[in-house]
Write a protein that binds this ligand. Structure first.
Ligand code: UDP
Length: 330
């Protein structure tokens, strides 16, 4: 019984692999290494450097390995980049999903846990956001992930493919031992940028916009720890293995923090000054994205362990202090 982790050398994927191994599951990793790191995948785990759009190569993986379930992280995920290069997002994410599902069905593999996103909700009509809140993405990244959800829905209807979409809010933090963490070729995410500033690798953090419709004017997001997120994926795999129906769940903490509050929390967590400046708004950013994860708690039995944003930041800080240059330092 093997779980295929697509994108298993990436930030969230590598934490998923670690969690599956700790749970004594057999794991196979596929990653094209465009943004992932080979050294984040432990030795002994079967690894294939394959792009999910390459059908022949993906088919070979399914021929060689006995795959029972799939977890799919292999997608482009940077909001501003998606605004500038929408076709890249539809090609990699949407076409990649079609290709993957075709290969899965060729091998009669019919269970997939999929990393969806809060960005599918766009400017949400209600906060906290529930799974029933209408999805109206305002950037190509969110749109591509929503299309991927829809593709799975129709594949379920036609072929009985069972799927769980986990709609992540803002993922942050690292494995507590600091052995793996977040390291993107071009960093755009708030927490690593704040911490690189704390480390002196950046002069300052630019806070994008102070005129949003939020209590302090800064964008509000809901930060969830990457290991809690990985736990939810294992629960979702087990949910599917038990023969349950396709479903979707928000994964967040129900607590919103503004960009300014995050900088302040990081100052406390690190004891560093962290110079910050206010800059213009970034394209494609909704005011506020906060999750209700009540459904994941009730149906999956998910119990996130990190409810303090400073703790989340501390784990990311631990990784960065041990690896100031990311995976280059491993
Ligand atoms: N952000 C910021 N400065 C940065 C990077 C991000 O102010 O250098 C803000 C961004 O506008 C958003 C929040 O931090 O409100 C989280 O952005 P991130 O890119 O980490 O995740 P996203 O919400 O886009 O998935």
């Amino acid at each position: 019984m093997s779980v295929l982790v697509l994108g298993g050398a990436g930030y969230i994927g590598s934490h998923m692999v670690a969690t599956l191994l700790a749970a004594k599951r057999d794991v196979v990793v596929v990653d094209n290494l465009l943004t992932g790191h080979r050294s984040s995948v432990p030795e002994g785990v079967p690894f294939y450097e394959v792009d999910i759009r390459d059908k022949a190569a993906l088919t070979e993986v399914f021929e060689k390995e006995h795959i029972d379930q799939v977890v799919h992280f292999a997608a482009s995920s940077i909001v501003p980049e998606s605004v500038e290069q929408p076709l890249k997002y539809f090609n990699n994410n949407v076409y990649g999903m079609i290709n993957l599902l075709e290969v899965m069905l060729d091998f009669d593999v019919k269970q997939i846990v999929f990393s969806s996103t809060a960005a599918t909700y766009g400017v949400a009509k209600e906060n906290p956001i529930k799974e029933t809140t209408p999805q109206n993405p305002i950037n190509p990244y969110g749109e591509s992930k929503l299309q991927m959800e829809h593709i799975m829905k129709w594949a379920d209807q036609a072929y009985g493919l069972k799927w769980v979409a986990l709609r992540y809010f803002n993922v942050a933090g690292a494995k507590t031992d600091g052995s793996i963490g977040e390291d993107h070729p071009t960093e755009t995410h708030l927490v690593p940028i704040i911490l690189q500033t704390a480390l002196g690798k950046r002069e300052k953090i630019m806070m994008f916009g102070d005129d949003y419709n939020t209590p302090d004017g800064f964008n509000v997001r809901d930060y969830v720890h990457v290991m809690d997120l990985a736990d939810a994926h294992v629960l979702a795999l087990d949910y599917l293995a038990k023969g349950n129906d396709s479903n979707q769940f928000n994964l967040g903490s129900a607590n919103g923090f503004s960009v300014k509050q995050m900088v302040e929390a990081a100052r406390e967590a690190t004891g560093k000054e962290i110079p910050a400046e206010i800059g213009p708004r970034r394209a494609g950013d909704p005011d506020s994205l906060v999750a209700s994860s009540a459904k994941a708690r009730e149906v999956l039995g998910w119990e996130p362990k990190y409810d303090d944003v400073k703790e989340i930041i501390r784990t990311a800080w631990n990784w960065l202090q041990k690896h100031p240059n990311g995976y280059e330092d491993r």
